[in-house]
Design a protein around this ligand. Sequence first.
Ligand code: NDP
Length: 309
Amino acid sequence: MTARIIDGKAIAAALRETIATRIAALPYRPGLAVILVGEDAASTVYVRNKDRAAKAAGLNASTIRLPAETSPASLLATIQSLNDDPDIDGILVQLPLPPHIATDVIIRAIDPAKDVDGFHPDNVAALALGAPSLVPCTPSGVMHLLHAAGTNISGARAVVLGRSNIVGRPMAALLLAADATTTIAHSRTANLPDECRRADILIAAVGRANMVTADWINPGATIIDVGINRTPDGTLTGDVDFAAALPIAGAITPVPGGVGPMTIACLLDNTLLAAGRRRGSKAGGSSSGAIPAMKSIAGTFGSSAPEPR
Ligand code: NDP
């Protein structure tokens, strides 16, 4: 058996097209403001990619570039002005911030209704309570991939490898909300291979190249590799030994071309959702739209289906 490859590039492209179509039908252009403090090379590339994708989808996107020595007060003032700006629907502060700025203070300053990264404590709490509002983009992208791949989530045993606030924890909350029997594994987990071998769905979000080897994989499992690691020869690789997993897994995402493209697509999706909610436009409802209770989430992420989402 050879695993089906889940083509994140194609799935993300379809989602972006759907989003663009919806934006084109709106009586307004949703506004997205991305703040970049300093000149971290990777962040600069990420921000440029987000800006390009947002503009291509028809969003009114702008990037605010601030010098690395920007004071916390000045950054807070910038966020406040965006919070107050009726044309801005989404605000994203690119992380990491320079060390003299407390990230949690900055995240808390963003209006939760415009928090398209889904990192504000109000949005984190909503997700933990099973009533997600704006959900972090990478785990949201993983849910899209699972649905696009036709994975049975309800009742499945899911293992999330990694417990960061950006990926692992929200990922586990979404899987739980979609009725998976969910385990979170991390650096202190006893016998990681055993835990992983029990997984029908394995999400690897660790940041260690090729850590998940063939003997960690339950035959037929769906494997989503969130990891992005640069090898000594400069190529990118995931947390899963892709070649070794291929003959064992049922379906698997490649790196690159799996989760990565979904993250930006879900940022656009969140902006559309935030705009629809703020401006009260039905057309602005997005894939994650109006989720009243935990139960409804499972049906929420099949959103590559064009209408209604
Ligand atoms: P973090 O470093 O914040 O978290 C890594 C997690 O992995 C931690 O919970 C840590 O456990 C766990 N871990 C580390 N080493 C081991 C080990 N040897 N065994 C078991 N668990 C371990 O990383 P992120 O969550 O931010 O990112 C994870 C990966 O995903 C990275 O490669 C990152 O580049 C990638 N990523 C990809 C994105 C995309 O768009 N495709 C977006 C975001 C991230 P503990 O908590 O115990 O320390």
